[in-house]
Ligand binder design. Structure first.
Ligand code: NCD
Length: 304
């Protein structure tokens, strides 16, 4: 395992990724190890969060540990303290730090100074590596393997950190076909992240066209309105990019619809009753993924 978990690209092979999934499956099916007994997790969130924070905290408690939650505005950052001093302080007082920040690159900087394992729970428009782990684990569990895979990526590719991390893990596999549905101004060429030239990417104009290709997975994301640069202004996802119940019904029977949540109008709650809706399973899988990650990080010594 790594000392810190900052980027999905720390997984450098499909084999290590799937070894991790086997460990997650074990966590899911056996009683918790108590490895965190007597240990404290500092949970520092500088941006809103429901699933990520609660699942990390729930994971720590289930492993027998304790949690100190520190919201941004209650920390001395609000008095002008630096990010690095904040991390150094948390490192003196806890055994592991889980943090979300609005600034891309904060996580990597924190790892340089952190005395204890540091986990990136989202750094601005950068990455969200534990979300990608739970997304991939969900695909692996549903299909019993990752490839061959055809996946639709819908929404905000440019600012969506969950997609940035997901692509890094998908890039470990060669037999993946990408179908992208995204407004031009929110587009990011997956090749920029995947760093491989042998991938097939097809862009589509509307959800109807995407659904016709019969993808096995449709990964929806919301418009990251909070990350607009000044010059970009407000860009809306057009309605013809939304997933409606009739689209879900037309997808192949064994396909799945995913979303990291929170959802916006792009994913109607009418789909929740469809057997293809996998987003509540993602939430539950996130708990097991985070339990496994915390266990692995807590069972080793950090050297810096
Ligand atoms: C995502 C995030 O914060 O990046 N949510 C999450 O952690 N599950 C996605 C989002 O905010 O759109």
């Amino acid at each position: 395992m790594f000392q810190h978990f900052i980027s999905a690209s720390q997984f450098t092979s499909a084999t290590t990724l799937e070894e991790f999934f086997v460990a997650v499956r074990k966590t899911e099916t056996s009683s918790p190890s108590g490895v965190a007994c007597g240990k404290v997790m500092a949970s520092w969130f500088g941006e809103a969060s429901t699933r990520t924070r609660v699942s990390f905290e729930s994971a720590m408690y289930r492993l027998g540990g304790n949690v100190i939650y520190q919201p941004h505005m209650a920390s001395s950052l609000a008095k002008g303290e630096s990010w690095l001093d904040t991390i150094k302080t948390l490192g003196e007082l806890s055994d592991i730090i889980v943090a979300r920040t609005p600034i891309e690159g904060d996580a990597a900087n924190a790892a340089v100074v952190s005395k204890v394992p540091f986990v990136n729970a989202g750094d601005g428009a950068g990455e969200h590596p534990t979300q990608a782990l739970l997304d991939m684990y969900t695909i692996w569990k549903e299909f019993k393997c990752i490839e061959p895979l055809s996946i639709g990526l819908v929404g905000d590719l440019k600012y969506g950190r969950t997609i940035h991390s997901l692509l890094r893990l998908l890039g470990l596999y060669s037999r993946v076909t990408y179908h992208v549905l995204c407004p031009d101004r929110l587009y990011l060429d997956p090749r920029e992240i995947l760093k491989r030239s042998d991938i097939q990417i097809r862009r589509h104009a509307c959800m109807d066209d995407l659904v016709k290709t019969g993808p096995m997975v449709v990964y929806m994301t919301r418009n990251q309105v909070e990350r607009r640069e000044e010059q970009t202004g407000m860009i809306y996802l057009p309605r013809y990019h939304y997933m409606r119940r009739e689209h879900a019904d037309k997808l192949p029977d064994d396909s799945i619809i995913m979303h990291p949540f929170p959802r916006g109008p792009e994913l109607t709650p009418e789909i929740d009753s469809s057997p293809k809706a996998a987003y509540w399973k993602q939430v539950k899988n996130g708990l097991y993924v985070r339990m496994t990650l915390l266990q692995q990080l807590l069972s080793q010594e950090v050297q810096n």
